[in-house]
Write a protein that binds this ligand. Structure first.
Ligand SMILES: Nc1nc2c(c(=O)[nH]1)N[C@H]1C(S)=C(S)[C@@H](COP(=O)(O)O)O[C@H]1N2
Ligand SMILES: [Mo]
Length: 252
């Protein structure tokens, strides 16, 4: 490596570290998730800040070919209205009985045109198909082809307001999660309705699940119900990842 190149790299690294420090110092800023004074959560914030500062914007995860597609277990909730669940979701049960013809996803919060979309509405929008590797925090990974509408497309059609910074997602099995605008607008972040060329099945999150390829598997929320655009980070309270002991940011 040439000397000037070394210097430039060092400068970039230093600039990065300084900005991460800056972001962390402004830890009380509403642009960063709360740490509740917990060391693990402080480390999450550090990883998050470092990813945002040091990684090139919108770099894509690797996409595979059809021959790489593997078997894919369904985990976590495999049906929100399962009678064995503590609180089976009857509304989901009704929607499922009607093959999701009455299902709608709402887009609310900091948008010019709050509203809702049916499955048919979403399927009419330009789609993206990607073959990616899903990595679960429990240690397994699997490859599948996903088809859906980029979340950016849906947010842009709703007209985001200038102070929009985070996107909260809610599911029929009562998950409440939040992602930042960088991930929300990433080209591989899609609202997926197809898996391996077929409609998404109930165990895998029908009718629509998120595919958030730059984070671990649990951020790809199944059974989506509602999308809320926000200015502040929302930890999801008792239904959110942080208060359940999970990292809010698990970038890969
Ligand atoms: N709503 C909801 N989303 C969820 C889960 C869940 O239980 N409920 N499990 C998560 C976890 S831990 C993983 S690994 C993947 C599993 O997706 P799969 O069931 O299609 O394999 O979904 C994620 N999204
Ligand atoms: Mo997972």
């Amino acid at each position: 490596m040439k000397n000037e190149e070394l210097i430039t790299r060092r400068q970039i690294l230093l600039a990065g570290i300084t900005s991460v420090g800056g972001l962390l110092l402004s830890g009380c800023s509403k642009n960063l998730p709360p740490t509740y004074g917990n060391v693990l959560r402080m480390a999450d914030t550090f990883t998050y800040s470092a990813h945002r500062v040091l990684l090139p914007g919108e770099s894509l995860v690797k996409e595979y070919s059809h021959r790489d597609i593997s078997s894919f277990p369904a985990t976590g909730t495999t049906n929100p209205c399962d009678p064995n669940k503590p609180r089976p979701n009857q509304i989901y049960g009704e929607l499922q009985r009607n093959n999701f013809a009455d299902w709608r996803i709402s887009v609310e919060g900091l948008v010019q045109k709050p509203g809702s979309h049916s499955l048919a509405d979403l399927k009419r929008l330009p789609s993206r198909t990607q073959i990616t590797r899903h990595t679960c925090e429990e240690g397994w990974s699997a490859i599948a082809e996903w088809t859906g509408v980029p979340l950016s497309r849906v947010l842009e059609s709703a007209g985001m307001l200038p102070n929009a910074r985070f996107v909260s997602l809610y599911s029929y099995d009562e998950w409440d999660d939040c992602i930042d605008m960088f991930d929300a607008l990433h080209p591989q972040t899609i609202l997926a309705y197809g898996m391996n060329g077929r409609d998404l099945t109930i165990p895998h999150g029908a009718p629509i699940r998120l595919r958030l390829e730059r984070q671990l598997g649990y951020k790809s929320m199944k059974y989506l119900q509602r999308i809320v655009v926000r200015e502040d980070f929302n930890d999801g309270g008792l239904n959110g990842s942080i208060q359940n002991g999970w990292a809010w940011y698990v970038g890969i």
